[in-house]
Ligand binder design. Sequence first.
Ligand SMILES: Cc1cc2nc3c(=O)[nH]c(=O)nc-3n(C[C@H](O)[C@H](O)[C@H](O)COP(=O)(O)O)c2cc1C
Length: 143
Amino acid sequence: MNMKYVIVYWSRYGNNKRIAGALAEQLKGKGETQVFTTDEANPTALPSADVYVFSAPTEAFNIQKNMRTFLKQLQGMDGKKYGIINTHGMKKNWLPKMEKILSKKNMEKIAGVDFQVTSKDEKTGNPLLVDWEGRLKEFAGKL
Ligand SMILES: Cc1cc2nc3c(=O)[nH]c(=O)nc-3n(C[C@H](O)[C@H](O)[C@H](O)COP(=O)(O)O)c2cc1C
């Protein structure tokens, strides 16, 4: 199996960056992965891939603005498969918002995962909660 993956993320404090990097690492056994920020990638001309992954935080009760704009500007993605990742400080995840935008692009969702970011996890000192890598691995397994 030699899959092609493209991961596009936006990150203010580094959590989505870290998640995107860890995911690329976890996908290594399945094929090739390219990782871009929303600034680095062109939403109207993404490299061709079998699966696209979009990863962004919630900010101001919505998907962070740069990612929202990026997703809305996507072109030529009809029938393409995607996975989505959302990090959030509060309880609620905003995956449904990402899904709503992408459904308008006629893309096909294959997986989604969200992570609640704390100021610092008590056990690990990590702002991402315990076993985020395990949950990410489960997500990676679906891609
Ligand atoms: C300006 C700002 C607004 C935010 N608004 C929300 C919010 O409405 N709901 C929420 O759950 N988290 C909110 N957060 C927390 C972010 O979701 C959290 O910091 C982010 O997921 C961390 O990802 P990052 O390290 O990749 O930037 C906000 C953070 C910032 C900086």
